[in-house]
Design a protein around this ligand. Sequence first.
Ligand SMILES: [Zn+2]
Length: 204
Amino acid sequence: MDKFVNLIQAAQAIAPTAGPPAELVRLTADDTPIVLFTHQVVEVILHYAREPEISSYVHCNGGGESRCALCLAGRSLEERYLLPVYLPLSRSVGVLPISHSLRPNSLLCLLLPHLEARAEPVSPPPLLFVRRQDTRFTVSSGLLQPGEDDGAAVVKAFRAQLADGRVRLVDMFPRIPNDRLSAIPDIARLLALKGIPTALETRA
Ligand SMILES: [Zn+2]
């Protein structure tokens, strides 16, 4: 006999976290216009889980320590600053992930001068055009024309949501408990090959 399950509950078991609170800015070789409005970032430590069951960046469950199934499986850590920016094309706030690299042509190195020149909150908000080719970034300055939408209303609403906790930048990426990670066949196999028991706790 078929074993029926409730589709909504089944879907919630796969993805228990809510969707991301804002658009993730994915830079390409074409110009992406952004408007900077804050210096404030959230730091996150991520793994890229390439398994088809996940196929995205997820939070490290151990903060780089050993209590994370993906750390134990030997997956590399990627540290990112999450910077909210205004996206004039979609007229929304997006979140730009920035690696910690300070080498020339890194995104952080190219953005810093535009932030350092302005106090927090960033005013007047600079319009930038950002593009990426592999690990090389290009940032060029634009000029918001008088009367052009600088996102002030959208940014004000976003700040209010951040302030009262309705939006959290850490929710841009899922946090998947260790028991679910270590139940994924490829990760389970890696842990077994390393002789690591899969009964790991996830630190709250
Ligand atoms: Zn980890």
